[in-house]
Structure formats: structure tokens, C-alpha cells
Design a protein around this ligand. Structure first.
Ligand code: ADP
Ligand code: MG
Length: 391
């Protein structure tokens, strides 16, 4: 999906002049390694062909007197907001009309904290990443903003540092205690590669997506079950409790044998959560090795086991997600499918042969409609590169 109009043209229409910079950052999908980032585990995301673009230019001279401000116009919300660029600018309530600009405010604050002053500017923001669709439009907005500000201020920031700056913006300005996967994926991913990220050491490895004839099919169930927010905090707390009981800092440090040995003391829920985390970390490492070795037949069973573990042990799936995975796995040309993201909504990520992807997507959509009366949304993508500044 392309932006309706090129971003430079949108900027010109809105501000009556040409932009000086255009920064672009992708959304992401996680192939495997779910609910393990906060346990110091491995995740395997890739950047997708959906992007947030920001075009910007210095503010006109008459707006450069006084405290620096930025004007932001987002096509998604059809609304202009003006934000302060001073080091002390605080976030506004999330529910406020300009609450979305907290993501930009937070990134500006990250530059200020590094002693970099951001001068007054005008910007247009346009995104093909669906907002709130689990493909990380929030990280794409942060990373595009940070890429823009680095160019605008001439202050180069190393990619991992930039990802951390953006994560901190999301924590402190959007109030979302996210892991670092989304920002790392949007920053560090390379074309035709997945990113194996060790959430404990933050070491990364580019894993080649070796088959040119395979695409990634992303499905959205278009359901969101109410208890999703509370469940995330509960699962996290359960993992911390299990780690404390096992005497380790995080579940990354334990083996399945240790979990089995401590089964009675962990209790039924702690045991199931710990088993999910430990086995999912192992599956993620195995999936990266399989891709590295061009052993694609290993991926289907690993994705199936990941889904089963999220459904049965971690209990974050729902009927709609189970159905979509089941429908996907029944289609010719499908290599593997599993729920991706937090669960209770969103949808599966599916590996499918490109030549059979359209037929698979149509069959999944039909099956879902017949069995739930709902429409799902589907699109295919290949792994793309991370954030960039357009020439
Ligand atoms: P996700 O990251 O899965 O898309 P989030 O709830 O984390 O969902 O982030 C979505 C929020 O990010 C939006 O509600 C909005 O506040 C902000 N956002 C993301 N992209 C844009 C955009 N292009 N314009 C304005 N706000 C955006
Ligand atoms: Mg997000």
C-alpha cells in the first residue's frame, strides 16, 4: 500500500513550500519469540512494507522568535498540533486531542536530554502502518521522528542508541512500558533479513530470509478482547514471580529441566508461564538457525508449537486467532502460521509461497467470514530495511 500522495506533495500543499528532509521508518511483525522480550529472551522480528513518513522543513523566520515550537500535521488524524521544543516540555494526557503528539514530544525530549537543541520546524506525518493494529505504528512514528531530528540537528545517533531513545519516549511520554523489539526492528532491520534480537544483551544478528518465492502474510482478526491490557501485566508479573522463585533475574536464565523440577513450588499458572517462556526462547533460536541453514521445513512445526504454547500454556489466544491459524495451516503453499503480538486480538503471521498467497488469503477470509460473521484484513509483505532518510 502506497501513501495516497507523495509525502513531499502533501507537505507542499499544507505549508506552501517544499520540505527539506523526508524520514521514513517501517512497522514490524514478529515471526517468532512471543511474550519473551520482558524475560530477556530472543525475538525474531522483521520490518514490513508499511511505513511512517515525515517530511519537514525549518519553520518560517517569523516563527523562529521566542521559544522553539514545531507544527505537526498527521494525515491519519487530519489535525495540526503545535508542540513546544524546550527541554522541559511535558507530555499531555493521552486522551487529549494532541495526545498522539506525545510520541514526537518524547523523541524531542530524548534529543534534549543528550544536549541537542531542536530548532523550530513544520512537519507532515503520513503512515501506511495501521494505527493500533499491532504492527507498531507507534515505534514507526518514534523512529521516523528520531531519524528526522538526527538529520535536522546534524547529531548522528548510533542505531541501537536511537532505538533506546525511542523506547524511552514511549515509556515516559506515551506511558507504555514496551520492550525494545519494535524500535530495534524499525531501526536495525535489513532488506530480506529477519532480526534476531537478544533482549538481555541487546546483541543483534541479521538472519537471511533465503527464499525469494516466499512472502509473509499478515492477518488482522479485527477483534480486540477487553481483558488484553490486564492480562499482559498479569503474565509479566507471573514470569517475574517464577523467576524469583527459581532464584534468577529473568526466565532467560533457566532450563526446562529446572522448570520441571520446580513444578510444585511454581504452582499451576507459574509453571505454565515459565514453560512457555523457556520453550519459546528455544524455538526462536531454532527458527533463526533453520533460516540461516535454509532449512525451511523446520519452520512450520516451530511456528505450530509456538502457537500451541501461547494458546495452552500462556493462554493469550482466543477463538478467532485459533481459527485463523487453523485456516491458514490448511491452505496449499503455507509453510507455517502462528499468532503474533500480545494476543487476544490482532492476528497470525503466516509464511506462504508467493504464488499461492492470494488464493490462501481469499480462502482464509472466506472461512473466517463463514465461521464468525466477521471480516479479517490481510496483506503480504517481504522483509524490508529499517529507517532511512530519503535523498
Ligand atoms: P501500534 O503501535 O500497534 O500501532 P499503539 O497503540 O502502540 O499501536 O500506537 C498507536 C498510537 O500511536 C496511535 O493511537 C497514535 O497515538 C500514535 N500514532 C501512530 N502513528 C501515528 C500517525 N501516523 N499519526 C498520528 N499518531 C500516530
Ligand atoms: Mg505500539
Amino acid at each position: 500500500m502506497q501513501p495516497q500522495q507523495p509525502i513531499r506533495q502533501l507537505f507542499q500543499q499544507h505549508y506552501g513550500r517544499l520540505p527539506q528532509w523526508v524520514a521514513v521508518a517501517p512497522g514490524r511483525v514478529n515471526l517468532i519469540g512471543e511474550h519473551v522480550d520482558y524475560c530477556g529472551g530472543f525475538v525474531l522480528p522483521m520490518a514490513i512494507e508499511r511505513f511512517t513518513s515525515i517530511a519537514a522543513a525549518p519553520a518560517p523566520a517569523d516563527r523562529c522568535a521566542g521559544p522553539a515550537r514545531a507544527r505537526l500535521w498527521s494525515t491519519a488524524l487530519q489535525r495540526t498540533v503545535e508542540i513546544q521544543l524546550s527541554a522541559t516540555a511535558a507530555p499531555v494526557p493521552t486522551a487529549a486531542a494532541d495526545g498522539w503528539a506525545n510520541y514526537v514530544r518524547g523523541v524531542v525530549a530524548g534529543f534534549s536530554a543528550r544536549g541537542v537543541c531542536v530548532p523550530a520546524f513544520d512537519a507532515v506525518i503520513d503512515s501506511t502502518v495501521p494505527l493500533g493494529g499491532g504492527l507498531s505504528s507507534s515505534a514507526a512514528l518514534e523512529v521516523a521522528t528520531a531519524t528526522l531530528l538526527a538529520a535536522m540537528t546534524g547529531h548522528a545517533i548510533a542505531p541501537l542508541e536511537l532505538a533506546r531513545l525511542c523506547q524511552q519516549a514511549e515509556h515516559e511520554y506515551a506511558g507504555v512500558p514496551c520492550g525494545i523489539m519494535d524500535q530495534c526492528a524499525s531501526t536495525l532491520c535489513q532488506e530480506d533479513h529477519l532480526l534476531l534480537l537478544d533482549c538481555r544483551s541487546l546483541e543483534t544478528k541479521q538472519v537471511p530470509f533465503t527464499r525469494p518465492d516466499v512472502v509473509v502474510l499478515i492477518t488482522n482478526s479485527n477483534v480486540r478482547h477487553e481483558h488484553s491490557c490486564g492480562a499482559y501485566a498479569e503474565r509479566r508479573a507471573e514470569c517475574e514471580r517464577a523467576a524469583a522463585l527459581l532464584g534468577v533475574e529473568s526466565l532467560r536464565a533457566v532450563t526446562l529441566e529446572q522448570v520441571e523440577a520446580a513444578r510444585a513450588s511454581l504452582g499451576a499458572v507459574g509453571y505454565r508461564c515459565a514453560r512457555h517462556v523457556v520453550t519459546e526462547i528455544a524455538r526462536t533460536v531454532a527458527a533463526a538457525a533453520a533460516l540461516q541453514n535454509n532449512n525451511w521445513s523446520a519452520l512450520g512445526p516451530l511456528m505450530a508449537a509456538s502457537h500451541a504454547s501461547l494458546r495452552d500454556d500462556y493462554k493469550v489466544s482466543c477463538l478467532e486467532l485459533d481459527l485463523l491459524v487453523e485456516l491458514a495451516c490448511a491452505q496449499p503453499g503455507v509453510i507455517g502460521s502462528r499468532l503474533t503480538g500480545g494476543g487476544f486480538g490482532g492476528g497470525p503471521v503466516t509464511l506462504v509461497e508467493a504464488a499461492r498467497a492470494a488464493a490462501a488469503a481469499a480462502a482464509i477470509a472466506l472461512g473466517y467470514r463463514l465461521q464468525t460473521g466477521r471480516e479479517c484484513t490481510l496483506f503480504t509483505t517481504r522483509p524490508v530495511g529499517g529507517a532511512r532518510l530519503e535523498p
